[in-house]
Design a protein around this ligand. Sequence first.
Ligand SMILES: NC(=O)c1ccc[n+]([C@@H]2O[C@H](COP(=O)([O-])OP(=O)(O)OC[C@H]3O[C@@H](n4cnc5c(N)ncnc54)[C@H](O)[C@@H]3O)[C@@H](O)[C@H]2O)c1
Length: 361
Amino acid sequence: MYNVKIFGAGSIGNHLANASRRLGWNVTLCDNDPAALRRTKEEIYPTRYGQWDDAIQLFTVADVPRGGFDLIFIGTPPDSHMDLAIQAIEEQPKAVLVEKPLCTPGLEKADILYQLAKETGVKVFVGYDHAVSHSAAKAVELMPALGAVETLDVEFREYWGGIFTAHPWLDGPQDTYLGFWQRGGGASGEHSHAINLWQHFARNLGAGRVTEVMATLEYVKTEKLDYDSLCLLNLRTEKGLVGRVVQDVVTQPTRKWGRVQGKDGFIDITIGSEDLIRWKCGGNPEESQLFKKTRPDDFITELKHIETVINDPQQSSMISLECGLDTMLVVAAAHISNREGRRVRIDYSKGYSADALTIEP
Ligand SMILES: NC(=O)c1ccc[n+]([C@@H]2O[C@H](COP(=O)([O-])OP(=O)(O)OC[C@H]3O[C@@H](n4cnc5c(N)ncnc54)[C@H](O)[C@@H]3O)[C@@H](O)[C@H]2O)c1
């Protein structure tokens, strides 16, 4: 049984608290806003999961215990992730899970976190739960039957009204980091699951990491807001795979979808309240498989994966810190590419900072 501390008693903090309790773990949940703690106990948790769980201990950040936790989860806005993750590693837990997007597009302190994790050996994960889903695992399992890969597409297109329905205490994106791309909001940050899943599939196709980003973003800029509503990316990997990612916060109804196109077939993934994989490979008839799940299942699967990796040092993780950092390099490159109207190259030998990004002449 693990002792878990969670920073942020908002939407994701409640999901992670509930998933941890379902796994029988002890949960300490803290927030720097006492109103968020009250809302968790009286509204969010009982509304989502039927009733409040008295075993969950609530604290303000000022009063929360330090030390003695096996796992520390950071479920706060992206612009607070780096400082909290660095402090979490200093508590020497077995692992730290930082929510997506890992940091801001400015990549501030990303390299410091990376070096600290390496030096201390504390495992750091990034909350790209779609990469650990059973449907993504099925897609990866089918990849060898596709023949040579031709192209890869992933789209996470979703109007973000649903987020504000789930956060009735917010009037809109201007009240939170979501309305500000430099704080990790906008389509590029909020739906970075799509970039991450593209990278996960590309790695498993043997195509390597993304080395070129050509982006078109559409920004909404007013006195109160500054975010990208559309983020369209053309990508190339170190092994020459060319494909596309689309992320937006405007599409209704939602479309979260991906396709791997090979010479000998295709794999389609559709992500929703249930995930669907369709495939046709090697001259066989088309097949499909539905992955039934509940929202809590998404996070239980993620936490079980983390437990497995902690217990088996040989096991690699598709939600490792390195994978989350690779995603942030693409997000950062996207904003620069759009601003300059040029392709941006990523050089991984330069570390996880702006130095890794070069604008093509
Ligand atoms: N993986 C997923 O599917 C998923 C789903 C939802 C949110 N998220 C991510 O989780 C993060 C939080 O999103 P959310 O929707 O839960 O936001 P939220 O606004 O609902 O909750 C964030 C909470 O963090 C608190 N907070 C802010 N700074 C803090 C600090 N320094 N210490 C402690 N608490 C602090 C706020 O008071 C707030 O209660 C974001 O990065 C978001 O992208 C991921």
